[in-house]
Design a protein around this ligand. Sequence first.
Ligand SMILES: Cc1cc2nc3c(=O)[nH]c(=O)nc-3n(C[C@H](O)[C@H](O)[C@H](O)COP(=O)(O)OP(=O)(O)OC[C@H]3O[C@@H](n4cnc5c(N)ncnc54)[C@H](O)[C@@H]3O)c2cc1C
Length: 457
Amino acid sequence: MTEHVGHVEITEAAMDRLLGRLKGDVLTPDYPGYEEEVLGFNRIARHRPAVIVTALSSADVAAAVSFAGEQGLPVAVQATGHGIAAAAQGGVLISTRRMSAVSVDPVTRTAYAEAGAQWHQVIASAARHGLAPLNGSSPLVGVVGYTLGGGLGPLGRQYGFAADHVTCLEVVTADGNIRKVTRDQHGELFWALRGGKGNFGVVTGLWFALMPVRRLYGGGLYFPGEQAGQVLHAWRQWTPTVPEEMTSSVALLRLPDVPDVPEFLRGRLAAHVRIAFTGTAAQGERLVRPLRDAGTAIDDSVREMPYADVASIHQDPVHPLPYHERNIVLRELGSDAVEKLIRLAGPRSGCGDLMVELRHLGGALSRPPAVPNAVGVRDGAYTLSTLSRPGSPDTVLGPMEPWGDGRRYLNFLAGPDTADATADCYGAQTLARLTRVKTLYDPHNVFRLNHNIAPLA
Ligand SMILES: Cc1cc2nc3c(=O)[nH]c(=O)nc-3n(C[C@H](O)[C@H](O)[C@H](O)COP(=O)(O)OP(=O)(O)OC[C@H]3O[C@@H](n4cnc5c(N)ncnc54)[C@H](O)[C@@H]3O)c2cc1C
């Protein structure tokens, strides 16, 4: 017998075979639990797969990929749903959220994270040993999705991208095989996975180095929106002078008037400077002085803090919401660029974006790692990204392109039409090499419901 699952026909025997191979479950659109399972953090789009496999193990992932191959269906992966690019329509969605094991080895200073683990788990486990991972601004983001896309976080200028410190990956490739991938085993795949994201297989587990960081001088300075211009100018003059131990960013926030948002930010424009400094508090205080003097802060939480409190630096949203994330990489940020940005997104601009954010790159982020990888934004000086409501056109990034270096940062692309921007995330040589690896490991583009790199025909 044949079942019609959405618009896809799958024989009952094939479904039974799949179920027989799984420890986890299979959910189809008419099944209770399907709607909840497809919901991710970003509510701008929702996967509508013909079949969801709620994976519990690498073997489950392998069974799901083999099944998709037999049926000629594409595969999507979802851990937290922070980074949805292309909604799965009629394919197989592998939901990894139940595969959430994390372990830390304080002797080798390494961590292991399963496919569905989130950063807060690693941060807490590592902190017990005075160690820190290279997580990003939000502890709710998935370890694997973040790292495969590069991974730009508060320790970035000192230690580089998270992808630079991966030592081993366990991956299910399009042929359904479970492979251990290191610099010495499947070396090209090792290069491509670290920066090329979900294009080459489903990563079931990741091993990576931890950093000897137990504390920071860090936090946020919030200034009223009318002072955005002076704050941005102070920050752009300051960033080229700071040591690599200082990683910072500044965001223009226009947050809604809702109880989730701190009262002093509700329904108004604010400039938020974020600081993460691994030197002493006394050095940090001296360094941050010009920024404190740039205006009259309405809130100042920059202080000596345990690394485990790192989420308090950015204070990213913790409840799901719909957003469209786009970015360009800037090669420089002169006075003229800041003036333009203020006209586009400052207090008198009429800009409606929830957030317009600049992050300072350079330092270790600009150097190739010990084992080279596919991360494509090493030459940039800053990222400029926007978080806007669904359907909002870009009013900021296009006009700022004269200061761009022609690249985009893969992890800061989320929303249905951002998949088209994938090629902009790499230089021509890197893209050509990624395409060759894709052709070798996924010639039929089974993994295409993502920021896709197509194989050669
Ligand atoms: C509030 C917020 C803060 C953020 N902060 C940062 C930051 O500081 N720095 C930064 O670099 N990024 C940041 N990001 C972006 C984030 O890293 C990406 O959205 C990332 O893709 C999220 O991965 P996920 O698994 O949580 O999301 P999901 O939506 O579940 O997955 C996104 C994509 O990742 C890939 N993927 C996930 N799991 C696997 C797997 N097991 N195998 C293969 N591919 C997989 C797939 O292509 C999938 O479509 C942030 C995003 C948000 C919303």
